[in-house]
Design a protein around this ligand. Structure first.
Ligand code: PRP
Ligand code: MN
Ligand code: MG
Length: 181
């Protein structure tokens, strides 16, 4: 379409579709965690938008913490090497942790995080991911709350970057191959 910039192949999910889905997932989470204290852990930087919009559907007693790990750098491919760039500020021992992610691609980041959090003695650890790419997954990740399963294209926007750019796009879009090839 004429209104799509040439670095984007197509808009995959609109802002409205994303917000509707996050509201639905929040209803499930509210029911599943009734009477429990939830610690949301957002994975910087991609999960910032998901966290901001999702968390505001939840009751006031939840807490938020953040972890920064990196497996991509400036590349479009996961290296599989997970580095902690910023650790949690809080002790999650005995807590019900819900990890908030923008996307499960190879699954390597999350499988590493799940193991790491389990070893800290969390009471429970579940995952909420807005997006998942079934055809890209290299390891099984048990993800309780999934927004959308999407094709194995390079996607940007709503927190997702290519070389740190495009995170502020309101929609999720497919990056035009000429940008990265
Ligand atoms: C991206 C994305 C997920 C992870 C998914 O983060 O936000 O956290 O990769 O990939 P995987 O399933 O193959 O491990 P990235 O490492 O690019 O850091 P960022 O969130 O700061 O962009
Ligand atoms: Mn990320
Ligand atoms: Mg990234």
């Amino acid at each position: 379409a004429a209104d799509i910039p040439d670095d984007i192949s197509e808009v995959l999910l609109t802002e409205e579709q994303i917000h509707e889905k996050l509201a639905e997932l929040a209803q499930l989470v509210v029911a599943d965690y009734a009477g429990k204290e939830v610690v949301l852990v957002g994975v910087l930087k991609g999960a910032v938008m998901v966290m901001a919009d999702f968390a505001r559907h939840l009751p006031r007693h939840i807490t938020m913490d953040w972890m920064a790990v990196s497996s991509y750098g400036a590349s479009t491919r996961s290296s599989g090497v997970v580095q902690i760039r910023k650790d949690l500020d809080t002790d999650i021992t005995g807590k019900h942790v819900l990890i908030v992610e923008d996307i499960i691609d190879s699954g390597l980041t999350l499988s590493w995080l799940l193991e790491n959090f389990a070893s800290r003695g969390a009471e429970s650890v579940e995952v909420l991911a807005l997006l998942r790419k079934p055809d890209a997954m290299k390891v099984e990740v048990d993800c309780r709350y999934v927004g959308f399963d999407i094709p194995n294209d390079f996607v940007i926007g709503y927190g997702l970057d290519y070389a740190e750019k495009y995170r502020n796009l309101r929609d999720v879009a497919v990056l035009a191959p000429h940008v990265y090839s």
